[in-house]
Design a protein around this ligand. Structure first.
Ligand code: CP
Ligand code: NVA
Length: 313
């Protein structure tokens, strides 16, 4: 918890209005979130008393929905769940009108959307904060909880070596940006054609110039050797169910199993969940001694609570 303890003496800084990307926060602001999350994990405080959040979900969720609902309630706030799985945002009325109505009643919008553009549109028309609860581009709340979890294990976030293996999409992209912010070494191994977005990698590269981060991309699991932790995610994300069988064939060499963990000397296993046991990870690894998956899930709530408290001032 070294870096979390350090953050407690960090100067307070103004938080952005919205949290759509990990890159919306500076390293110091992430550390502020972690310091408050560590306090709130120890003891709840009524920091969100009287605050209302609207949770807008175009896709299913267990962890994100429950961690926001339970988290708001834990800090004295209230969540209103709006199910948009049958009808996407913008279908019944314009996204602009959606934002302009909700801002009259609630204090923050938390949205899980297919297209990141929907989040940007909500944010453009909303006077209240918009928080990304997963888009096609990023899962920033997840990445915050993941790095907080690594810090809890006693790992120094500045010298962390994090490996990601699988699809280089939303979760991976938020992890890459946070690794860049912290100055980590991060290696991403994907099948050809499934690398993180080129523009996002350029952005991570710019951040890395200042932080000293080293981000490597490749296609061979031999590159995972010597990392502190290996992270994976589903091979077929929500909305890609029809591609499942093709993806299983394409990604199968990237399964995280005991042979990979032991062969490459990997101590910790991480996954945002939901996991597809027997596909991207075996039971032996996800249930094994190095698995952090339920700590990650638990920390979603504490990190998001800290984030909401800081965004809402
Ligand atoms: N990790 C995560 O966001 O899980 P859910 O899809 O269940 O919310
Ligand atoms: N990549 C996954 C993450 C789920 C939390 C998806 O988009 O479905």
């Amino acid at each position: 918890m070294l870096s979390i303890a350090k953050a407690q003496s960090a100067p307070l800084s103004e938080f952005p209005q919205h949290f759509l990307s990990v890159a919306d926060l500076s390293r110091e602001q992430v550390l502020e979130v972690f310091a408050l999350a560590a306090e709130l994990k120890q003891k709840a405080a009524p920091l969100l008393a009287g605050k209302q959040a609207a949770l807008l979900f175009e896709k299913p969720s267990l962890r994100t929905r429950v961690s926001f609902e339970a988290g708001l309630s834990r800090l004295g706030g209230h969540a209103i769940y709006l199910d948009h799985q049958a009808q996407r945002l913008g279908a019944r009325e314009a996204v602009k009108d959606y934002a302009k109505n909700l801002e009259r009643w609630v204090d923050v919008l938390v949205a899980r959307v297919f297209s990141h553009k929907t989040l940007a549109e909500l944010a453009a028309h909303s006077r209240i904060p918009v928080v990304n609860a997963l888009s096609d581009q990023e899962h920033p709340c997840q990445a915050l909880a993941d790095f907080f979890t690594l810090a809890e294990q006693g790992l120094d976030l500045g010298s962390l070596k994090l490996a990601y293996v699988g699809d280089g999409n939303n979760v991976c992209q938020s992890l890459v940006l946070l690794a860049a912010i912290f100055g980590c070494q991060m290696t991403v191994v994907t099948p050809w054609g499934y690398e993180p977005d080129a523009d996002l990698m350029l952005k991570a590269g710019d951040i890395a110039k200042a932080s000293g981060a080293v981000i490597k991309l490749g296609h061979d699991t031999a590159m995972l050797a010597g990392h502190d932790a290996v992270y994976t995610d589903t091979w077929a994300s929500m909305g890609q169910e029809s591609e499942h069988d093709d993806r299983v064939r394409l990604f199968s060499a990237l399964q995280v199993n005991e042979k990979l963990m032991q062969g490459q000397g990997l101590k910790y296993f991480m996954h945002c969940l939901p996991a597809h046991r027997g596909e991207e990870v075996t039971d032996a690894v996800i249930d094994g001694p190095g698995s952090l998956v339920y700590e990650q899930a638990e920390n979603r709530m504490h990190v998001q609570n800290a984030l909401l408290a800081l965004l809402l001032g």
